[in-house]
Structure formats: structure tokens, C-alpha cells
Design a protein around this ligand. Structure first.
Ligand code: THU
Length: 133
């Protein structure tokens, strides 16, 4: 899966964002360990807190359909580079620890990060090893 192709899918997903409150549209596309693609957009709510980010929609779609982990995730947000929020970085700690995180403005302008870049010293599944037996 080429980065540009994944970004294009994120751009398509961004068009489906349900954002009556923020008007800030986000799109994400993930490429999984078993080589499938899932997309997501942010979906807001009148009660605000049930709002979910595009990244988590895409990741949870993949996991709920049987994929085990995320190899790449492309994110587009608003008109600038689409950096993921802290909650989504934490969810990546669970399912996308080794992923290439493609933060994009469009298919030509993007940067690729590791999760270590975006969430240094993150807390994850390994930190609970030995406790939850
Ligand atoms: N949002 C995302 O979809 N992803 C992020 O990583 C940052 C924030 C959404 C949530 C809300 O619908 C809107 O952007 C404004 O916060």
C-alpha cells in the first residue's frame, strides 16, 4: 500500500465527516497486518463527549473486523497537517505501536512518523505484563 494511495482514501473518508458542531472534518485510513484497508471520519454528537475521532473509527473498524494490528495510518484534518489527538495516540499504543503514521495535508505534502515520535514514553500493553495474571 503506497502512502499516497492511503492518503487519498483518507481524503475520501474526510468528506463523510459528521461535524455540525466543530465544522472540522478529519479523515483516516488504515492498512492492517492482514493487508486490508479501513477508513474513518470524525462523528460528532449534540452531547459533545460521545464524539469520536476519525482515527479511532478507522482503527476500531479494523479491529472489530478481525485485523490484529495497524501497519500504516494516514490522517488528514482541516486544511493543514492532520496530527492525531492524545486519545488517538493512546489507542495507537494498543493497536498501531509499530505503524507508520502518515500526517498529511494532501497526497503531495505529508510527513511520516513512528508512534515513538508522537508519543514518547507512552504507556501500553507491555507495562501491564506480569500484573494482570
Ligand atoms: N478530531 C479527530 O477526528 N481526530 C483528531 O485527532 C483530532 C480531533 C475531531 C474530533 C472533533 O470532531 C473535531 O475533530 C474537533 O476536535
Amino acid at each position: 500500500m503506497e502512502n499516497k494511495e492511503l492518503i487519498q482514501l483518507a481524503i475520501e473518508a474526510q468528506k463523510k465527516a459528521y461535524v455540525p458542531y466543530s465544522k472540522f472534518s478529519v479523515g483516516a485510513a488504515v492498512f492492517t497486518d492482514d493487508e486490508r484497508v479501513f477508513t474513518g471520519c470524525n462523528i460528532e454528537n449534540a452531547s459533545y463527549t460521545p464524539t469520536i475521532c476519525a482515527e479511532r473509527v478507522a482503527i476500531f473498524k479494523a479491529i472489530s473486523e478481525g485485523s490484529k494490528s495497524i501497519k500504516k495510518i494516514a490522517i488528514v484534518a482541516g486544511d493543514e497537517m492532520g496530527y492525531p489527538c492524545g486519545v488517538c495516540r493512546q489507542v495507537m499504543m494498543e493497536f498501531a505501536q509499530e505503524a507508520e503514521i502518515i500526517v498529511a495535508k494532501n497526497t503531495e505534502e505529508f510527513k511520516v512518523y513512528s508512534l515513538k515520535d508522537l508519543l514518547p514514553h507512552g504507556f501500553g500493553p507491555k507495562d501491564l505484563e506480569g500484573y494482570n495474571v
